[in-house]
Design a protein around this ligand. Sequence first.
Ligand SMILES: [Zn+2]
Length: 293
Amino acid sequence: MDTASLVINRRESIMGWFSRTSKKEIDKKSEDLFVVCRGCKSHIFKEEFNKNLKVCPKCNFHERLTYKERLDLIVDEGSFREFNAHISITDPLEFVDGKGKYIDKAAAAKSKTGMNEAIVTGSGNINNIRVVLGIMDFRFLGGSLASGTGEKILLAAEHALRMKRPFILFSASGGARMHEGIISLMQMAKTCAGISKLDKAGIPYISVMTDPTFGGVSASYATVGDINIAEPGAMIGFAGRRVIEQTIKQKLPDNFQTSEYLLEHGFLDAIVNRSEMKDYLHKVLMYCSRKKS
Ligand SMILES: [Zn+2]
């Protein structure tokens, strides 16, 4: 390198010290490096957060997972076979609201998530025990329950019945999907009817509630498990806190509608940390199979 280029390089690097980094760039860089915990607002290194299964190492806040992340945590590698992936939304009401058409929103949700509906169903192994799984994803229109979602749950329950395999369903939902009106509400009865057949056949159904599980989902298949469990801190309820407070004209406790509150009041059988979920489910499955034999 000649002297002239050395001088230029030196000048550029000195200028670099004084050049301004915009706030946007700083925010982008910090977003790449850190996540802000929604529970305690701590900044955590993204790598550490991801390694810890998206659980805050400081306050144990469980961040929401995509269906794929959840699947990777729960099933043995390479054992999952999805079924009914083609089932998608219907638009019987040709629903339009102030923010546009349902069909367009659904198309955006599909391209964002790579899913056709708010749930993925299939068969997989949990420490070598074959089960039928349903995993909801809140990113798809708030994990809402509609005709496609209900149909997939029913078919999964029927598959579990045919194959005599336990059915495990992870809920993450804001409730029934208003865009499909009463058809969405009908799914509450339809899914429960499917699940009740498992009960009659003595096949275990385990419901795992994750943040959030609300509305028509909490009022149907999410709370009718032989075993109902939840992740720590998950918000679980029917109507929202404000609606209830306004209706009953009373202040509700701070931890109202959290999984801890529900456990205390007998609505849950256990709260299970994400890191222990697979082993916990395996233990339950082993217990169920021993009980049967
Ligand atoms: Zn935290």
